[in-house]
Write a new protein. Structure first.
Length: 471
């Protein structure tokens, strides 16, 4: 880099003809400061490439257009300048202006975009080379350049900070479709924007699929025609979909059979049709001719179905984002719902003892007691609230093991209190478990003894019967 410091006369310095910064703003305060203190930071200039030999040597500004405007307002004669003799081509000068201004965030999005596009218009310049020279990513350069293709309405929104870069790049997807661009611009910022965007993207995908499908079918030798309304009684064709004979047919089979196809505008897939007189003998009953009202109703329902499919996708994407990044209002709503649910599951005596409430307190009183609980606290409480019955049963010894029917209804709750909450059972609670175990063991032993006695009685009876037969 070749640099040289020099004070230049004001008439030797010119605004760059391709200055990427279009508006230097109001410089009155800066002019007052310069009048009082002078220019504290030198301008960066480069040789004027358009000067003639018979004119004084002049320079053009690379960095410092605001300082230059303020210096003129302050009636300065000399300007401190750093001369960059190495910036000896117009592309190099524009690159330098882009780097200097973007480092200080002085350029608007569109100023940067036009500056980048200006450099790329010179022979031999590529996105890769420009990105390397500027120290920016190729993706950033490509995205900025796309902005220069937007309609004026979009550019105005960007300059007024009414459109984000993300939305602008979305709009650039439809540069080849003036109608779609106009519809997006009309709906930008409204609640319809996501729906319109998704519908238009699907239309683009369907058109691309239609082109591919048409090319594939024609390569197979199929006749591809315009869409046909097979519901119309006057139509000469009937859809192959109506006949079970063709349910599993491949495209090759349809072509071999001489069937015609049209490509659905909705999804770009082929719809096979055949003349009515060639339809299979065994077929579904032909539909009755539609009345004009029935046809209008069917077409309206079909349009609604297609639109609702798009809306459903947009709605579910919205819900996904809302779940992944819940808003403060959603989190508060969830918390209130959680409070109501947990309070509804709590029963006495658990509720009254946990929160020092009178027994039989209303649900509203319980909700008030837990209204300031965090989500985690509510989750923890809910683990216990769902086991209110089991917790109450543990107040008597019968809750510490199987009932006389053999069912241990409280086992899961006892295990959760110990393993999840980390509670250590006291001696009296462990004694209750031992008591139940001993009791059940005694019952089992007694039952076994009864069964053995009964078996012995049956054996004695059998012996007595055998003895009487001998007599």
């Amino acid at each position: 880099m070749s640099t040289n410091f020099k004070e230049l006369r004001v008439d030797q310095v010119l605004v760059h003809p391709k200055n990427v910064r279009k508006d230097v703003g109001i410089v009155t305060d800066l002019a007052n400061s310069i009048s009082a203190q002078g220019i504290m930071q030198p301008l960066v200039v480069a040789p004027d490439l358009s000067q003639w030999d018979d004119k004084p040597f002049r320079y053009i500004i690379i960095a410092g257009h605001r300082r230059y405007a303020a210096a003129q307002l302050a009636n300065l004669d000399l300007l401190p300048c750093v001369i960059r003799a190495d910036l000896n081509t117009e592309p190099k000068q524009i690159e330098a202006m882009l780097v200097e201004n973007t480092q200080r965030a002085d350029l608007t999005l569109m100023e940067e975009a036009y500056g980048l596009q200006s450099v790329l218009s010179y022979p031999g310049y590529t996105v890769k080379q420009l990105a390397k020279n500027l120290g920016r990513s190729q993706r950033l350069v490509k995205d900025r350049v796309k902005l220069t293709t937007l309609p004026q309405g979009a550019i105005d929104k960007i300059e007024k900070h009414q459109m984000t870069l993300e939305d602008a790049l979305i709009l650039a997807e439809f540069n080849d479709d003036a109608e779609a661009t106009a519809e997006l611009l009309e709906n930008h910022g409204s609640y319809n924007w996501p729906y319109v965007l998704e519908r238009l993207r699907r239309q683009v995908a369907a058109r691309a699929a239609s082109v591919a499908t048409t090319a594939r079918l024609e390569a197979l030798g199929a006749e591809v025609t315009e869409p046909v309304d097979t519901y119309d009684a006057a139509s000469e064709f009937v859809s192959a979909r109506r006949f079970k004979d063709f349910e599993d047919w491949t495209e090759e089979q349809h072509v071999t059979a001489g069937h015609t196809a049209y490509v659905s505008s909705g999804d770009g897939k082929p719809v096979w049709i055949l003349p009515k007189d060639q339809a299979p003998v065994v077929a579904e009953a032909a539909p009755q001719p539609e009345t004009p009202d029935e046809q209008a109703d069917r077409l309206r329902c079909e349009a609604l179905d297609a639109g609702l499919a798009v809306a459903a996708h947009v709605r579910r994407q919205f819900l996904k984002e809302a779940i992944l990044k819940p808003s403060a209002s959603l989190l508060e709503h969830i918390r209130q719902e959680r409070i109501a649910t947990v309070a509804g599951r709590l029963t006495d005596p658990l509720a009254s003892q946990l929160f020092d409430l009178p027994e039989g307190s209303a649900k509203g009183v319980i909700r008030e007691a837990i209204k300031d609980f965090s989500t985690h606290q509510l989750d923890a409480l809910d683990l216990i609230a769902g086991r209110s019955y089991e917790e109450r049963e543990l107040e008597s010894v019968d809750g510490w093991g199987p009932t006389h029917w053999g069912q241990d209804y409280c086992a899961r709750h006892r295990a959760q209190v110990e393993t999840v909450f980390g509670y250590t059972y006291s001696d009296i609670e462990q004694e209750a478990m031992i008591y139940i175990d001993e009791k059940r063991a005694a019952e089992v032993e007694a039952k076994a003894a009864r069964l053995a006695a009964a078996e012995a009685d049956r054996a004695n009876e059998d012996e007595d019967e055998d003895g009487s037969d001998d007599d």
